[in-house]
Write a protein that binds this ligand. Structure first.
Ligand code: ADP
Length: 501
């Protein structure tokens, strides 16, 4: 009897092999091919993290002309077919170009007519037929390649029509058995266009143009709204943001729709790719470092940054970085109103970003007014971003709203202390410094007020200038914090298993 119990226990100890899940990622950007923001980073890093966790992943992207030639040259022709799209029945060419890199298969949907403009997004009505075409062509390409995934993981409004096409025009085709997840990376962008235009260009049946699916108002249709209704599961990129978007302030007009679908809404925080962002081997850093020598080496990086940007060279100054799209979302009106109070002879500010002209001009003005203390790099430059993460003491992220935010994660991983507003993913990933217990990863403030941002910066400066030992401990703590994709990729994998047991 005792032997039998032992034998039973032994069989229980042997881990059951978990079923392998196949996932098709469909989205409009992916580093290093094309990236305008955090979506590009996630489309690059999450598939890699999922492959490490025994998933099969294919990433489907538009073949934009702006993808660097070195990648275009490596793409292999996988096939072509013609597909109808619009209500007039006109047929369009769909080419499939494939590129396999680091275990991930990237399939690029080729069509000159839609993807030949310089920037992926024009913010004009052209984007609507472009991403309708892309969403439908991605599903048709999966059928064409006979690669039928368990899960189709769609990202943002550009791929939001995928769940709708799947359950309407693709019902009864091989791909129809797949389950869909729609991830919201930023609810601000929804793909809202004039209703008759969307009806015409998508060719979708009348049943999806109702108020509980795509119809937004008398005049408009909302592509994201429709996708949220049809997706089997909705995720967004932090737990706090998943709650926030169900409120009128953060819901961008979709809060009641999201509350209605709250039963299938989850928040899973993003991570960063720790191979792409590795301060111990980063070729873009003047001096590489790890946790053991960060304090010394960061000074070298700071001096190199100051030299490169024409700032006063002094390792004792407090250098604050800001790497951001320059838009209303990012809290730049707060930064603009307090910048003169931040520049005190001991502090320097380095800005890297492009965006709305009023912010670009305001930062140009400050560079001019505080020459040697402020540098405004109005550009998109990956290499410079690495130098700023490596050479700054603190990084500002005072966003009005922030679904997850990657810059604070990269900053912590590079030993740069974040100063953030407590919203969305910033709240979930930066633990506020507690001066009594000497715990925490950064400095935070809650209400969207310039005075509170200034107070948070001043608390950071006070610790830096008066208790450097404690500051240095926080720098090391930040570097040791797990900001990788491992845990979040595991949560996505569990979600895939839940959808397809
Ligand atoms: P969002 O997606 O809202 O733009 P995130 O914080 O999620 O913001 O992601 C921003 C990403 O883009 C980070 O990898 C950041 O380093 C990068 N980035 C933003 N602006 C620039 C810039 N001007 N030059 C280089 N990288 C930038």
């Amino acid at each position: 009897m005792a032997e039998k119990i032992v034998a039973e226990q032994k069989t229980q100890d042997i881990p059951m092999p978990e079923p392998r899940r196949s996932v098709a990622f469909i989205g409009s950007e992916c580093y290093p091919f094309v990236k305008t923001g955090g979506l590009g980073d996630v489309m690059y890093a999450l598939p890699k993290a999922l492959i490490a966790q025994n998933c099969d992943v294919k990433v489907i992207l538009p073949r934009y002309r702006c993808i660097p030639q070195k990648f275009q040259d490596k793409m292999i022709y996988r096939g072509e077919f013609w597909m109808d799209l619009f209500a007039d029945g006109r047929r369009f060419y769909v080419g499939i170009m494939e590129y396999v890199w680091d275990g991930v298969v990237y399939d690029f949907i080729d069509n000159e007519e839609f993807f030949s403009s310089g920037n992926p997004y024009t913010n004009l009505v052209d984007d609507m037929p472009k991403y309708s075409f892309f969403s439908k062509a991605a599903l048709a390409a999966l059928n064409y390649m006979n690669w039928i995934p368990d899960i189709i993981h769609c990202h943002d409004w550009q791929a939001a029509l995928v769940p709708i096409y799947l359950r309407t025009q693709f019902a009864g085709t091989p791909i129809a058995g797949a389950k869909t997840i729609l991830t919201i990376h930023n609810l601000r962008f929804q793909g809202i266009y004039w209703l008759p235009t969307v009806q015409y260009w998508t060719g979708l049946p009348g049943e999806v143009f109702t108020i509980d699916v795509m119809k937004q108002s008398y005049a408009d249709a909302n592509m994201l709204k429709g996708g949220l209704a049809y997706a089997d599961m909705i995720t967004t990129v932090s737990e706090t943001y998943a709650g926030e978007i169900q409120t009128p302030f953060y819901g961008d007009g979709l809060d009641s729709h999201l509350r209605h679908h709250a039963w299938k809404l989850r928040g899973i925080v993003n991570g960063i790719d720790c191979r792409q962002w590795d301060s111990s081997s980063d070729e873009k850093l003047p001096a590489v470092y790890d946790c053991s020598n960060v304090i010394e080496k960061k000074k070298e990086n700071k001096l190199a940054l100051q030299r490169a940007l024409g700032l006063r060279e002094d390792e004792n100054l407090f250098v604050i970085g800001l790497i951001s799209r320059l838009t209303d979302q990012k809290g730049l009106d707060l930064v603009n109103s307090i910048l003169p109070a931040v520049i005190d002879g001991n502090t320097q500010v380095v800005v890297l970003g492009t965006g709305d002209v009023q912010y670009e001009n305001a930062f140009r003005y400050y560079e001019d007014a505080y020459r040697g203390s402020v540098c405004s790099c109005i550009m998109y430059d990956e290499a410079r971003a690495h130098m700023i993460y490596g050479g700054s003491d603190a990084l500002l992220v005072p966003s009005l709203f922030e679904p997850c935010g990657l810059t604070q994660l990269i900053a912590m991983h590079y030993g740069t202390v974040p100063v953030v507003r407590e919203t969305g993913g910033l709240k979930d990933t930066v633990q506020p410094y507690n001066q009594f217990t000497n715990e925490g990863n950064g400095f935070t403030f809650d209400r969207y007020e310039a005075g509170l941002l200034l107070d948070a910066i001043n608390r950071a400066k006070t610790l830096y200038f008066t208790e450097r030992g404690r500051w240095d401990e926080m720098v090391r703590r930040d570097m040791e914090k797990d900001v990788s994709w491992d845990q979040s990729a595991e949560r996505y994998r569990q979600l895939y298993l839940e959808l397809k047991p």
